[in-house]
Ligand binder design. Structure first.
Ligand SMILES: Nc1ncnc2c1ncn2[C@@H]1O[C@H](COP(=O)(O)OP(=O)(O)OP(=O)(O)O)[C@@H](O)[C@H]1O
Length: 366
């Protein structure tokens, strides 16, 4: 059993590849043409601690704007943290710069949502793949490079003839395969895949997800997969973290999270995912989240979810921000009511706030 990233003093766990502790990324909001004053901050990521083990897939989910991409970018040190640390394979990236950071970046790559916008349209596939290798000194002569390019294309299920073509000549799924080959070209250990399939047709999504899984086995990769679609993450992730307004509100092994979500926000997200079995669909709890996501420039005090929560208690939830704490095994939840929810003592149909409109359920009235 590996230790959780809860800031314990157990020492570094050799099974952990990435350790994030108290990570914050705040973007200044500037006003004024001449003085360029800072008038506030966007609290995009605000105190996240998590760990990613070697060879696992960690899924990060949440609504648009909750800070998933910023967290992913901060992991690769593409964003400088305002506070906290990111330790990759025992090395703290927070203070790194220059050549050591560049060398470290070879070990961590990113796959983007829209391959067309992340691939330079004027470069052939060959040039795109060689560019990354060259930047990291991995372009070792014509023969060796040609062999490597063939290996990469074969690995992602593309014909070698693709090398002479340009990104616009491919379908979305093929372009994503090229984006993945580009990330693989430098031999990374960690890949942050930011919405890797959300721009693709549903029929193609499964192929790309399967490809990512195959490559993980073949190359021993560790993944952080960012997605707003819980269905995608459910299929691919070993563990899932749910983000809301810059913070992690729940984290658990994938099966546990989907079987017994304990944070009201996770419950609401899952209740919005249709279930194919009509009987189960009729019986299951449905929680509609009303109201928009509050601005990350002015997050609510206390629990950040309390303004939309069916179980919010104004005194406690409106003033005390709940810690992400272990409820059982590796299941961590940031909610004052997590135990009561687990024990079935709260039900959205009986406790209501004006911010959330629970749908009637078919449960018999008690
Ligand atoms: N460079 C930046 N400067 C200022 N604000 C930023 C910057 N990057 C992101 N933000 C803001 O930080 C918040 C979190 O953005 P982020 O892209 O991380 O969220 P997300 O969950 O990935 O959403 P999406 O799925 O829409 O990309 C948003 O309010 C966003 O507008």
């Amino acid at each position: 059993m590996t230790n959780e990233s809860t800031g314990s003093d157990a020492g570094p766990d050799p099974e952990v590849l990435v350790e994030v502790t108290g990570l914050a990324v705040h973007f200044p909001i500037k006003r004024g043409v001449v003085l360029d004053r800072t008038v506030g901050h966007v609290y995009a990521v605000d105190g996240v601690s998590l760990s990613i083990r070697r060879g696992e897939t960690y899924g990060l989910v949440g609504e648009s704007g909750c800070g998933k991409s910023t967290l992913g970018r901060a992991l690769l040190r593409l964003e400088r943290p305002t506070a906290g640390s990111v330790v990759f394979d025992g090395t703290d990236l927070s203070a790194m710069k220059g050549e050591p950071l560049r060398r470290m970046r070879r070990r961590m790559q990113m796959v983007f949502q829209d391959p067309l916008s992340s691939l330079d349209p004027r470069q052939s596939v060959e040039a795109l793949l060689v560019e990354g290798m060259r930047a990291h000194g991995l372009d070792r002569g014509r023969e060796a490079t040609a062999t490597r390019l063939r290996e990469l294309l074969t690995a992602v299920g593309m014909p070698v003839s693709a090398l002479r073509k340009y990104p616009h000549e491919f379908s979305g799924g093929q372009r994503q395969r090229i984006g993945i080959a580009r990330a693989l070209a430098v031999g990374p250990e960690l890949i942050v895949a930011d919405e890797p399939v959300s721009a693709l047709d549903v029929s193609v999504q499964a192929q790309v997800v399967n490809l990512l899984e195959d490559l993980q086995g073949e190359f021993g990769l560790t993944y952080l997969v960012i997605a707003h679609d819980l269905a995608v993450v459910r299929h691919i992730a070993d563990r899932v973290g749910v983000m809301y307004l810059g913070g992690l509100v729940e984290e658990a092994a994938s099966d546990d999270l989907y079987a017994e979500p304990l944070h009201p926000y996770t419950r609401a997200l899952l209740s919005a995912v249709p279930v194919p079995d009509p009987e189960v669909e009729d019986r299951r709890e449905q929680i509609l989240l009303s109201g928009d996501l509050p601005s990350p420039a002015a997050p609510p005090a206390g629990c950040r979810f309390h303004t939309r929560c069916p179980w919010s208690n104004p005194d406690r939830c409106g003033s005390q921000r709940p810690e992400l704490r272990t409820i059982s095994g590796g299941h961590r939840v940031a909610c004052h009511h997590a135990e009561a929810i687990r024990d079935g003592l709260l039900h959205p149909a009986t406790e209501q706030t004006p911010d959330v409109t629970p749908l009637p359920t078919t449960e018999p009235a008690t």
